[in-house]
Every structure is written in C-alpha cells, then in structure tokens.
Design a protein around this ligand. Sequence first.
Ligand SMILES: O=C(O)C1=C[C@@H](OP(=O)(O)O)[C@@H](O)[C@H](O)C1
Ligand SMILES: C=C(OP(=O)(O)O)C(=O)O
Length: 427
Amino acid sequence: MEKRLKAVNHSLVGEIEVPGDKSISHRAVMFGSMAHGVTHVRHFLDGEDCMRTVKAFQAMGVSINKQGDELKIDGRGITNLKKPTEELDFGNSGTTARLMLGVLAGMKFNSTVYGDASLTKRPMDRVVNPLKKMGAKIDGAESGSYLPLTITGQPLIGIDYSLPVKSAQVKSAVLLAGLQAEGETIVRESNLTRNHTETMLQAFGASIKTEGLKTTVTNEKMLQGTDVYVPGDISSAAFFIVASAIVPGSKLTLKRVGLNHTRTGILDVIQKMGVRINILNEQMLGGESFGDIIVEAGELRSVTIEGDLIPRLIDEIPVLALLATQAEGTTVIKNAEELRVKETDRITAVTNVLNGLGASVEATADGMLIHGKTQLKGGKATSYNDHRIAMMSAIASLITEEDVIIDDISSIAISYPSFFEDLQRIK
Ligand SMILES: O=C(O)C1=C[C@@H](OP(=O)(O)O)[C@@H](O)[C@H](O)C1
Ligand SMILES: C=C(OP(=O)(O)O)C(=O)O
C-alpha cells in the first residue's frame, strides 16, 4: 500500500504512549509458555512479529488468549510442549527465528521452521553453530545457515561460548538451549547487548547470573509463570524522538518508554547532538525500568557513533541517520556492519532513501557518513519492505519541501501497527 505524506508547517506538541517493546513482548510469550502456571502480560506489542511467536507456541499446545494488548498464557512447562501441529512460519521475525531455534533444539520432538523472503536471506549459522556444539541436530541449506531448517530434538550439553557477533539474539538462543542442557552454559560477550532474556528469566525463577560480560545459566525445567508489564518500545519511540528533534519549536512527551541501559544509546547520542531531553516518573517493574521522555528541538551538531554504543541503538540507526541530515557537520557511523543483515541491508537502504529525498549520505562497509545540514526535498521513497525504513521515510516527510510518497507501508505492522494514528495525533 502506497502512502503520500505532507510536511508540517508548525511545531509538534503533545503526548504519545508507544506500543510495548518488541524484544520484551517476544520473551514474555516464550517464557510464559515454557513456565508452569499462568502468566499475564500487560501492554503486549500486538505487531506481526510478536504474533509469530504467539502462533508458534499455540501450535505447540499452549493456550494463549489475547484481549487488546493483554495476554493470558497458560504455561505448559518446557518438557510438556507438544510437537507443533504444523511447520512453524516465523514470517519476517529474526528474533522469533533465532530464539526459537534455542528452544526447539532440546525438545523431544522434531520440527521444521521457515520464514518470508527477507528472513530466508538472514544468517542462521550464528545460532546454529553454537547449538550444534551443544549437541543439536539442525539441517538446512548450506549446513543449516539459512531457513527453512529441520530440527531433530536432542539432549543437549552446556558449553562455554564467546559470541563472535554482537547479537542479543544469539546470546538468547544459547541461554534458552542452556535451560534444557546438562551442566552449565556460559555465554561471553565482547560488547553488552540487550539483556532482556537474562532479566526476565530471573523473574521466571531461572538460575541465571551475569557478571560483567559473562552470563551463566543452568538446567531449569521448572520456570514459574509471573506477571509481565511491557514498557513502551524505545525503538518505536525513536521515530517521535527524532520528529521532535527536527521540527523547530517542538516538544513531545513519550510516556512510559523502556529505559533499560542496554537500549538507551539513542538518548546519549541525541543529547550530544544538542537535543534537550528530560526523563520523568522513572519506575522499575520486573527488572525493567521505564519513564516519560520529554524531547525538545535544539540546534543540532554532528557526532561519531561507534563501538560499544552500536548494540545499544542498532535498530535506531536508520532514524538517527535522518536526524544527522539536520545536524551541522559530518556524522560518522561505524562498527555497524550488523545493519547489512537486518530485514534488508539497512546501510544501502538508508543511504538510497535519504539521498533520494535530497540528503548527502555516503555508505561505508560498516556504516555511513552523513553530511549536514541539508534541506530535504521530498519525492519517492522505497521501503525495501522494512518497517524501520518505511517509518524513517514517514518522519522525514515532516520537514521536506514537497510530499514524500512511500511505495509500501504494510511492513510497519511488523513493529508498530498504530504508527500513523500516533503520527496524526501530533501533526
Ligand atoms: O534480541 C532481540 O530482541 C533483538 C536483538 C537485535 O538483533 P541482533 O541480536 O541480531 O543484534 C535487534 O536488532 C532486534 O531487533 C531484536
Ligand atoms: C532487526 C529487527 O528485528 P528482527 O531481527 O527481530 O527481525 C528490527 O526490529 O529492527
């Protein structure tokens, strides 16, 4: 579905509560299903990706009832999950695919999993390799590097594994397999990636311990259901944070947004760029902190985004690149090669879309150079069927001289089905 968007000629003012965090929503469904007893989830993200995870567990015999953004999960326990009634379709969801491989590897049954055209191109060997070291039997194209994959459930043994990629999905897959493995499973990271798996597993009663960059989990088949509140997704809030930062005179409040330190790189970067941020009403539930973020536009300057910061803002880089087009000087983004294996190659996609709208962006092997400040003109934008690229283009339209026409906005339902309603509310 194509969409034409017009610029605004006034500042943005108002309040938005973005939907629940995608990473936390996936994990709530998984751990609630694998636990014994009932788990209630509040402010669940009712997006296409998380629904893939819901459907996978329903196919394994778990009763999951959804009413609006609330879920009631009647957990079956890890050992009582049933052989799926069908091949599992993970759609566009990398998180579902990687984490579910860790769950399925140690089951007593066999399963087959597949995804859409984008997911079929994304690397699965990063997860399959450590799982094979644990004793898993996973078959598919190129030694199991790509979906579709067939998993022959096996007894697993713990490993001590150093992550070769900065990926929370790989870390989580190994930890979830570790719950079913004999002995200890240790995962070591070189950069801290999002830690929602570790935090939530603790709330479900797993014996898991993190010391610096090392996480250890032991066999735990008796997770206990608990209630989960899902804070707003900072990766979704990012679009409105940037909107508020690029439209002169704006002041937006984003209510109850997740503020887990492993996810707040965007707040550090935009403050360095000159955006004014205030955090109010900070609270903590289930080990996850959240609060209201107030964002006020200011004079923007360029920054360098690299190293340890990258995993803390990886999904926000497309919209941060848009922000950088409005900053004086050259913004350098490096060490972000992971962007090349997301829903699309996001380095190529962001460069092409922003240049098409009138920006000056150079792609590099592991990032981008964004020369600012440029007046964006507008015109056609390709979404590459990637939700984050489509939403970045929609936010760009707020400041273009002419309309922006996005070729297809359907991918936005992956992570933010109510995006245009929220955009309309502050426009
Ligand atoms: O664990 C997760 O929920 C996620 C981890 C990140 O992926 P990688 O683990 O591939 O970096 C992120 O890009 C993705 O949107 C969600
Ligand atoms: C990369 C993303 O998700 P996933 O890996 O789950 O497809 C994303 O939401 O930007």
